[in-house]
Structure formats: C-alpha cells, structure tokens
Design a protein around this ligand. Structure first.
Ligand SMILES: CSC[C@H]1O[C@H](OP(=O)(O)O)[C@H](O)[C@@H]1O
Length: 367
C-alpha cells in the first residue's frame, strides 16, 4: 500500500542485506518510524512487543528471524533454538507456527552452509505470497460488497470492522480491509465504522490511520457502540480478520470480536471473516476449547498511551489505583455466527465441508 504516494510493505530486507526493516507500529499513528532487525533476538522482540503484529506479519517476521539466525550459526542446534525462541513469542496467531514449520521443513535436510541463503529466499517467498494472497482475498471479497451496495439502493455501504486487519497486519493489502480498499478504488461508496478496539486501540490508531491514508471514509466508534449501531440499521455488514481459524470454521480474533458477532447475528447483519490459508489450523475442530488465548499485561488495560496536547507521547493510568485487570487478547467466534469466510481461493461457508472444498489437501503446508 502507499503512504503519501510512496509504496510500502510492512517488512522488507535492506538493500545491502544488512538488516530486515519493519514499520514500528507502536509509534503509529503519530510517527512513521522503521526498525532495523539484525538478529534473531531483535526479530523475536519485535513480535513480542508488537512493533510488528497481525497474524500474517507475525509469520513473515518469524521467517526473517530464522534467516537472521542462520547467517550467524546454521547448525542444527541453532536452527532448533531459533524455531523455539520465535515459536514462543505469541501463542494465538497460527501463522507464526505455519511459517516456522515451513522454514524448518525446508532447512532441516540441507547442509548447514546452504541454510542461510535458503532461509533468506524462503522469507522473501513468504512475503511475496502473502501480498498476492491478501490481494486475492480482496478480489474475492469485492463482489460481496458490490452486491450489498446494489441492494442498498444508494450509499454509503456501512461496514464495521474490529481491530486492525489491514495491510499493517500483513505484508501488504490486508485481509478484512482488502475488499474495502478494492471497493473504494472501484468507486463504490463505502464507509467504515472502526472499532477503537480496547485495550491497545489497534482500530483507532492503525485501522483509522490506514483508511485515512487511502482516503476511505470512516468513523471511529467505542467498542461498545457496535451493537447499538447494528440494532438501528446503521451497519450493512461486518468484516474482521482472524488469527487462527479451525478446520470447522471457529474464528479466533481480537478480543471483542465474539461480542460483535453476537450482535450481528441478533440483528441479521452479515458477519464475514477474511483470512489466508496460513491462518487455518487444520489440527483443530473446536476453537473455543482448543485455541490458546494470549493473556497480555494488566497495564494495557489500566493505562493508556497517546499524544499529549503539547505533542509528546505520554502514558497515563486510567484505572482506580490499586485495581488490577485481566487482559485476554483474543476470543473465539463459533462458526455458527460467521456468515462466510473470505479466502484467497474464494468465499465459503464457515464449515468443515466448505473449507475442505477450497483446500482439498487440508494440511498446514499443502493447502
Ligand atoms: C490479519 S491478522 C489481524 C489480526 O491480528 C490482530 O491481533 P494483534 O494486533 O494482537 O496481532 C487482530 O486480532 C486482527 O484481527
């Protein structure tokens, strides 16, 4: 995507190969800064600290982390260490494990001297594939928006989204936002209600930043406003991303997604989930029981960071002194609440049969 007319991906190798560059998403929307990753530990830190975030981008960063590790030491022990370190960074997004499994499967049979270049090439391939995959998600989602717009007999088509599943969560294009970008560029009058997405506010800070940069009309709302808007007919459809979707269509996504899906179901608002094949966990059926949910720090709930009136970034406590907080980072929306899944291979019901029809191999590495 473009920022100020300049094309960007979220992660790329420095021209001289000396580092991997990423956009520091903890600085957005008030500052656009890049980070140089030169070691395995720096790549792992970037994932854990959410300098990079979003399921596909977490996977891509992990692949680059292995490549950086192999440049220093390509032994079996070093490869195992890199996979373990990166695999332990964040538990919910299955793309992390998909990428690590793909790279480990590629590297393990190679002689050590061949591993560094092979890992580098694999990371490049994963990034190029993710960009193409997300573009295809947009193309498959576009007809849904076009048809919904036609049914409205006049715009705008009001879409609600949760958290950030745009190009900042991927290598490029995004998942949930990809159909929205293509619809906007096709001249369809779309408007997006952007859930702020407490507690880290990826919606208010990242999705609003993305949509604003692309000129897509949007309105930030409090997370708790979505149900009211749906109840009053102000939302035509919802599109969200996913961090892990099971073989039968249960969807793990940012905390609060399940509540939006319940409100959509109750108000007969179509609820779509956009995801690439690398987000599907074929080993799981029941997502509520089986998907690991990241528990993040209480401080993310009790404090909030932002730009002060004098232009400095500041963090303030917003909760009663002495009170603590629980902070589950994700929840699981049962497949029965999902209208359809938008993938790079097409749109399918959120069912085992639907996913099997799109991905006959139904294995993590060979869709
Ligand atoms: C296209 S994956 C986007 C997905 O990832 C976000 O989580 P986080 O910001 O914690 O990495 C959120 O669940 C988005 O829907």
């Amino acid at each position: 995507m473009q920022i100020g007319g300049v094309p960007y991906r979220t992660i790329w190798p420095a021209a001289d190969g000396s580092a991997i560059l990423v956009i520091d998403q903890t600085k957005l929307p008030f500052a656009f800064e890049t980070c140089r990753l030169t070691t395995l530990d720096e790549a792992a830190h970037a994932i854990r600290s959410m300098i990079v975030r979003g399921a596909p981008l977490i996977g891509a960063t992990a692949a680059w982390g292995v490549a950086l590790a192999m440049r220093v030491d390509a032994s079996d022990a070093a490869l195992a260490h890199a996979i373990t370190e990166l695999g332990a960074t964040r538990p919910t997004a299955v793309n992390l494990h998909w990428a690590l499994e793909r790279v480990e499967t590629l590297l393990r049979p190679l002689a050590a001297p061949q591993r560094s270049q092979a890992a580098w090439n694999a990371a490049i391939a994963i990034c190029d594939e993710d960009a193409a995959t997300c573009r295809a998600i947009g193309e498959h989602g576009l007809p849904l928006l076009r048809e919904a717009f036609k049914r409205k007999n006049g715009g705008p088509l009001n879409i609600l989204t949760h958290c950030n599943a745009g190009w900042l969560a991927c290598v490029d294009y995004g998942t949930a936002l990809a159909p929205i970008y293509l619809a906007h560029d096709a001249g369809i009058d779309v408007h997006v209600f952007v859930d702020e997405t407490r507690p880290r506010n990826q919606g208010a800070s990242l999705t609003a930043y993305e949509l604003g940069a692309h000129g897509v009309p949007h309105t930030i709302i409090a997370d708790n406003a979505g149900g009211h808007l749906m109840q009053h007919g102000q939302v035509d459809l919802c599109i969200v991303g996913s961090d892990r979707t099971t073989a039968r269509g249960d969807v793990a996504n940012k905390i609060g997604t399940y509540l939006k899906a319940l409100a959509a179901f109750d108000n007969k608002v179509p609820f779509y989930v956009a995801l690439p094949f690398s987000t599907i966990d074929w080993s799981l059926g029941d997502g509520v029981a089986g998907i690991p949910i990241e528990e993040r720090s209480a401080r993310e709930v009790t404090h909030m960071s932002g730009l002060s009136d004098n232009g400095d970034m500041t963090t303030v406590r917003i909760a009663a002194p002495g009170s603590t907080a629980a902070n589950p980072g994700f929840d699981v929306t049962p497949a029965r609440l999902v209208t359809a899944l938008i993938t790079e291979r097409g749109v399918t019901p959120a069912t085992q049969a639907g996913l099997a029809a799109l991905y006959p191999q139904r294995t993590r590495q060979s869709a």
